[in-house]
Structure formats: structure tokens, C-alpha cells
Design a protein around this ligand. Structure first.
Ligand SMILES: Cc1cc2nc3c(=O)[nH]c(=O)nc-3n(C[C@H](O)[C@H](O)[C@H](O)COP(=O)(O)OP(=O)(O)OC[C@H]3O[C@@H](n4cnc5c(N)ncnc54)[C@H](O)[C@@H]3O)c2cc1C
Length: 385
């Protein structure tokens, strides 16, 4: 077999985006997906994607190919504390941007990337089991947090288990969302309602009162394992009642429009991100709590950074040169570490039951809400990461 320039292991959103980006730069790429499991359920998650991620996907001709309604713009965000009235609000107009973020259907985005790969001239899809038999100058590992290839390289993966899971589902509300995302920090729960557009055919049975596509939400509800298990075991009506209670009715009545699925939550980081002829990207390198909706944005940031480092390399330097790959690792160390710390800090702040902590965090929210420059700075960090 003729050697490839790059072998990309893992065909999630990060792996496919990397393969497409490298192929557009004229490289010969072998993409090695894991065989799909027959039992795999469609992903009910929706991703909040920032401007940098959208720009990357647009450059790959994937963003504009998404079907109408697969991405919903967020113009306003309300973060509620765990005391009445404690709230932090962000808006696109205050931030002087067209939208704060885009909520994107995870399954549709994956499908569109898969289609783009099929039509990319320099990408060869190769069986993952063919591993070592696929010669390439560089192996890019995009296998997610349980990466076997990372383990085979002997790289330690430091993990902190939050003892929490995130429940995701699609919902229909009795009120339109008007492009407003809402999040409740309920200590230790964190519940996010992300404005969403449901495919026409998905309707709860019986239909929700006055439901319309603009009243749909993607739910991400992070909570301790035992409570999550209880909620997952409840029937739809009881679950919807729990949602109504947790959101205080701020989004109206909420009805399930999909199955519920759950993910265990961790903070994790690989101790090394590259070596001679290999490099880690996305969740294979770093995992953060989803409360800020930034994990995939960081992974797509890795793709952009690695491609820029490769494009700027000296003509004589090999793609697998560890010195080259360290430039990428150095560039990504700070933003990924900082996001891990911010999400971990918020998670801890809203989980602690220490005396005075609840008052402090709720006062903090209200204070920041009255400091527009600080608010703008915080939002800009989230928009750019
Ligand atoms: C509930 C929840 C909500 C989230 N919401 C957001 C959000 O709003 N915004 C955001 O930016 N991020 C969000 N995230 C984070 C986001 O899901 C991840 O950061 C992102 O999916 C990581 O992408 P990845 O391609 O690196 O890894 P993965 O999505 O895990 O993909 C890895 C791929 O590699 C394959 N693979 C595994 N092992 C092998 C192997 N040995 N050989 C070949 N292939 C292999 C897998 O099958 C998979 O296809 C959320 C996470 C959760 C849990």
C-alpha cells in the first residue's frame, strides 16, 4: 500500500473535520472509523457551536450544506442561580455579534460530515482493524476519551470522575423560545435548555399544546448518578413534571420529544499530546464538563491549530516530526487547560454545601450581571475558545 501522509483514527466530528481539512490542503489521508454497532441509537444531543467552529465547518462546505433547521441561532442566554432572582444575562447585541452561539443537531452534523468525506478526493476510508497495516507519516488520534490507540502509545490519561451523568433529550415547550437559551445552576444539578428546531416528523404523543418547531429545546441535565438513574427510570409524565419543577415554569410546560440518553461526566487530560509520528486531538486529549458546551469547540480548535502548524512547517520538516507536533501541543495547552479549570470551578462552586457558599455564588451572579465590561469579557472568552 502506498504510504499516506496522515492516518486519522476515529471518525467522530473531530476526526472527520481533520480528515477533510487535511485533504483540502492536498494531503493523502486514511480515515479509520470504528465499525458502527448495530444497536447504536441516534445521538439526541445538540451541540452549542461557537463562531470559530462554524467558520471551520463552513470552510469545509459542511455548514452551509446542513438541512434547514439543523442549526438554531441563540441571541440571548439566561443563567439562573439557585436563589430566587439570581441571574446572569448575555445578549448578542450587547456582545456586538450576530448570534451568541448555534445549537446544532449532533446526528445531522455527523451525517453531513460523513457525506462530505465520501466525496473528498484525497480521503480513503480504511477499516480500523487494519491499524498498523496502514502506512502513514503521521497518525492523528481522534478516538474520543476511551481511546485505545492513546493507551497503546502508553500515554497516561488523568481522569476525575464527577460522579454525575448528563441526561440529554429533545423537548417541546408550550411557549416559543425566541432564540433564548436558559441554564439553571441548581447545586449540584446543572440544567440547560438550548433552543432547537425539531425535524417536522418528531412530535410527542399526544401532541403538546401549541407546539411549533420554534418551541423545541435540546436538554442537557447534569446531575448526581443516583438521582439521574431515578429520573431515567421514571415515565415521561413524571420526568416532565421534574423538568417543570427544576425550571420553575420559565420555559412553559415541557414535553419529551425523544428518548432520554445519559453520559457519565469526567474532567480528563492526556499527559502527552504528541510523540514521534503521532498526535492527539479532541476528547482523546482533553475532556471537560459539558456545562459550558465547549468540549467539541475545543476539539475543532485543535483541528484548526494542527492544520495551521502543518501548513506553516519548514519545507524539509516531516509531518511526523515531534518538534513540529509540539508546536501544536504548546498552542492548545493554555485554552484547553483554562476551559477545564473554568468548568470544573463552576461545577464545584455550585455543588458545595459549605456555609455561605450559596449566598456568595448567587451574589456573584447578580454582581457580574451588573458589570457589563466583565460580562462582555466573559462572553468573549466563551465565543472565541
Ligand atoms: C451531554 C453532552 C453534551 C455536550 N454538549 C456540547 C456542546 O454543546 N458543545 C460542545 O462543544 N461540546 C459538547 N459536548 C462535548 C462533545 O460531545 C465532545 O467534546 C465531542 O463529541 C468530542 O468529539 P471527538 O470527535 O473528539 O470524540 P467522539 O465524539 O467521542 O468521537 C470519537 C470517535 O472515534 C471512534 N473510535 C473510538 N475508538 C476507536 C478506535 N480504536 N479506532 C477507530 N475509531 C475509534 C468512536 O467510535 C467515535 O466515532 C457535550 C458532551 C456531552 C456528554
Amino acid at each position: 500500500m502506498k504510504p499516506f501522509d496522515v492516518r486519522v483514527r476515529g471518525a467522530g466530528i473531530v476526526g472527520r473535520s481533520l480528515a477533510l481539512s487535511l485533504a483540502r490542503a492536498g494531503m493523502q489521508v486514511a480515515l479509520q472509523p470504528q465499525p458502527a454497532r448495530a444497536s447504536a441509537q441516534p445521538d439526541v444531543r445538540a451541540y452549542a457551536l461557537n463562531a470559530a467552529s462554524v467558520a471551520l465547518l463552513r470552510g469545509l462546505k459542511v455548514w452551509d450544506a446542513l438541512p434547514a433547521g439543523a442549526a438554531t441561532a441563540v441571541h440571548e442566554m439566561r443563567v439562573h442561580g439557585d436563589a430566587t432572582g439570581a441571574m446572569l444575562e448575555f445578549s448578542a447585541w450587547q456582545q456586538r455579534v450576530a448570534e451568541l452561539t448555534w445549537i446544532t443537531d449532533a446526528a445531522v452534523l455527523e451525517r453531513e460530515l460523513e457525506r462530505a468525506v465520501q466525496f473528498a478526493p484525497h480521503i480513503t476510508v480504511v477499516d480500523a482493524d487494519a491499524g498498523a497495516d496502514v502506512p502513514a507519516t503521521l497518525t492523528a488520534v481522534c478516538e474520543g476519551k476511551a481511546s485505545a490507540t492513546r493507551a497503546a502509545y502508553g500515554v497516561a490519561f488523568e481522569q476525575h470522575d464527577y460522579g454525575q451523568v448528563a441526561i440529554a433529550a429533545r423537548l417541546i415547550a408550550s411557549r416559543p423560545h425566541h432564540g433564548v437559551a436558559q441554564q439553571w445552576f441548581g447545586g449540584p444539578d446543572v440544567l440547560a435548555l438550548l433552543p432547537f428546531t425539531l425535524p417536522d416528523q418528531v412530535q410527542p404523543q399526544p401532541p403538546a399544546p401549541s407546539s411549533s418547531p420554534s418551541s423545541a429545546y435540546a436538554l442537557v441535565w447534569s446531575l448526581p448518578q443516583a438521582r439521574a438513574q431515578d429520573l431515567l427510570a421514571q415515565d415521561a409524565a413524571a420526568f416532565e413534571q421534574a423538568l417543570l419543577q427544576a425550571t420553575g415554569g420559565a420555559a412553559g410546560e415541557l414535553r419529551l420529544a425523544s428518548d432520554r440518553a445519559a453520559w457519565p461526566l469526567t474532567l480528563a487530560r492526556a499527559e502527552a499530546w504528541c510523540g514521534p509520528g503521532w498526535v492527539l486531538l479532541g476528547d482523546a486529549a482533553h475532556v471537560v464538563h459539558p456545562l459550558a458546551g465547549q468540549g467539541l469547540n475545543l476539539g475543532l480548535g485543535d483541528v484548526t491549530a494542527l492544520c495551521a502548524v502543518i501548513a506553516a512547517r519548514e519545507p524539509w520538516r516531516s509531518l511526523g516530526d515531534e518538534k513540529l507536533l509540539r508546536r501544536y501541543a504548546r498552542e492548545r495547552a493554555a485554552p484547553t487547560w483554562a476551559m477545564g479549570q473554568v468548568t470544573d470551578g463552576l461545577q464545584r462552586l455550585f455543588s458545595t454545601t459549605a456555609p455561605g457558599a450559596a449566598e456568595l455564588r448567587n451574589r456573584g451572579l447578580t454582581l457580574v450581571n451588573h458589570l457589563p465590561p466583565l460580562k462582555r469579557w466573559l462572553a468573549a472568552r466563551a465565543l472565541d475558545s
